[in-house]
Every structure is written in structure tokens, then in C-alpha cells.
Design a protein around this ligand. Structure first.
Ligand code: ATP
Length: 257
């Protein structure tokens, strides 16, 4: 079953067409990779399906519902979560507080603009559900094997754990679909291996995952399906094996081994 789909999705910034008539499909329950050279339009596609940006043309469907142009907080409440290329933790808050704030992205009255600040205000003012939210956040930390770190300040975690904490925070919104933007960026090989296992565990919970990644070992190992973008256009879509041997993908991005 297709969970998310774009139809001729296009985003132009002046003369630059960052995403050009892209048809992108995400099958439910799988891990889908989105790869391509720098500037190919991957993050722009993420931004346009998660409500951080509004497409110039084309459509986005989630669960067959047209969500084109919906604001980010509405899309989050519908069950789509994401992480960002650069770390965006509340470094002076504890690990568990960071995950709890994720829940407030879903329940708080946050708007796209100032979303983070509104989420923090929501965290401060909505005390009633706190206990339940705390327990749920602890469950997620146990899932990430980070339970013993819950009272540490986020800034004191090792880099790889900070990146995983961002994923935990996104999962606290209870998404059906999780977008990860370069989750392994800056990780060492051990941290990347840990992340791979974690992403598989997330998929095994029944959560559909889409990830942008330049680490081809990770992409080829964990993705069920891969879409390749190049100059804003879809160059190919297939299994890791098909993509690895696709001559156009080799020429545009992968290079010869
Ligand atoms: P990377 O792998 O380097 O993260 P990417 O595939 O995610 O690259 P995008 O960040 O989506 O690529 O950028 C696609 C193109 O759109 C680039 O040429 C970029 O400069 C341009 N672009 C992206 N956002 C904007 C913006 N807000 N205003 C103008 N141009 C933009």
C-alpha cells in the first residue's frame, strides 16, 4: 500500500527549479532511501511534503488524502514526523525533556513559525498530561537503550546519541511515517552501525521510514526501495540492487566501484 505519494511535485526558487515534476512513492511499512548528488533537491522534497515549504506545483497525498500546502503542525498531527540535517536539540534540557517536547509538538498549539518556541511554551503550561508524557518518553528512551541517560543534559551526550535522541523526539509524536534527513551525517562507523540497527527496529514497529543519506553502505544495507534525484528530477527508483547497477545512477552519483 502506498502511504505517501507526490504527483509532479515542483518547487522553484526564482530561476532555480529545486524539485522538478517529481513522482515519489513511499510504500507502507518499508524503509525508502532518497539519494542523489548535493543540490539534487532531496531536502527540498522533504520540506515540501512535511509542510515546511509550499510546492510551486504538483500534489502530495498521505493515506490518499491531498495534504498539499498543509502547515507543518497539521501534517505532524496527521502522523508525519521528521528530523533535520543539522542537530536541533534543546541542549540545556535533559534527554527525557527533549523527548517530552516532541510530544508537545503534536499536542501543543504550535504554528509553523516559531514552532520550537511554541512547543516549549506548551511544555511549560500543559502540566496535566505530564506524567503520562514522561512515562511515554521513558519508554522511547528504553527503546533507544538510552534509559540510563535520561537525566543527562542533551549537550553531554556523545554525538551519535544526540542524533538518535532527535529521532526519539520525532517518534514521540507517534508518527506513521518518519522522515530522516541525513541521520548518519558526522557519525563514526560504530555509531552508523548502531543507527542502522535502530532504524530497522523502528521499521519493525510498523513505522514507515524515508531517509536521505550519502552513506551508501547504510542506504544499500537497510533500504527496501531507493529513489534517486538528480538536478531536481527523478532519475531512478528501485531496489538497492537495481539502483547499484543502474548505469545512469552510476554516472550521475555512485561512480564506478
Ligand atoms: P544536499 O545533499 O547537499 O543536502 P539536496 O539534494 O538536499 O542537497 P536541496 O537542499 O534540496 O538539495 O537544494 C536543491 C537546490 O535548491 C539547490 O540548488 C539549492 O541551492 C536550491 N535551494 C534550496 N532551498 C532554497 C531556497 N530557500 N532558496 C533558493 N534556493 C534554494
Amino acid at each position: 500500500m502506498i502511504l505517501l505519494e507526490t504527483e509532479a511535485l515542483t518547487r522553484a526558487y526564482g530561476g532555480v527549479i529545486a524539485v522538478n515534476k517529481v513522482d515519489f512513492q513511499v510504500e507502507s511499512g518499508l524503509i525508502t532511501g532518497l539519494i542523489g548528488p548535493n543540490g539534487a533537491g532531496k531536502t527540498t522534497l522533504f520540506n515540501n511534503v512535511t509542510g515546511l515549504d509550499v510546492p510551486s506545483a504538483g500534489k502530495v497525498f498521505f493515506n490518499q488524502k491531498n495534504i498539499t500546502g498543509f502547515p507543518a503542525h497539521t501534517i505532524c498531527r496527521m502522523g508525519i514526523a521528521r528530523t533535520f540535517q543539522n542537530i536541533r536539540l534543546f541542549k540545556e534540557l535533559t534527554v527525557v525533556e527533549n523527548v517530552m517536547i516532541g510530544r508537545h509538538f503534536k499536542t501543543g498549539k504550535s504554528e509553523t513559525k516559531g514552532r520550537f518556541l511554541n512547543a516549549v511554551n506548551s511544555y511549560i503550561h500543559l502540566k496535566a498530561e505530564e506524567e503520562q508524557i514522561y512515562e511515554r518518553a521513558c519508554d522511547w528512551l528504553d527503546f533507544f537503550e538510552m534509559g540510563s541517560m535520561k537525566n543527562e543534559l542533551a549537550k553531554n551526550l556523545p554525538y551519535g546519541r544526540q542524533r538518535e535522541l532527535e529521532i526519539a523526539r520525532a517518534l514521540a509524536t507517534d508518527p506513521k511515517l518518519l522522515f530522516l534527513d541525513e541521520p548518519a551525517a558526522g557519525m563514526n562507523p560504530q555509531e552508523t552501525d548502531h543507527l542502522m540497527a535502530t532504524i530497522r527496529k523502528i521499521r519493525d514497529l510498523g513505522i514507515t521510514v524515508v531517509l536521505i543519506e550519502h552513506d551508501m553502505k547504510l542506504v544499500m544495507n537497510i533500504c527496501d526501495s531507493i529513489t534517486v534525484l538528480n538536478y531536481g528530477q527523478k532519475l531512478a527508483q528501485g531496489t538497492p540492487r537495481e539502483i547499484k547497477h543502474n548505469p545512469s545512477v552510476i554516472e550521475a552519483y555512485l561512480g564506478k566501484e
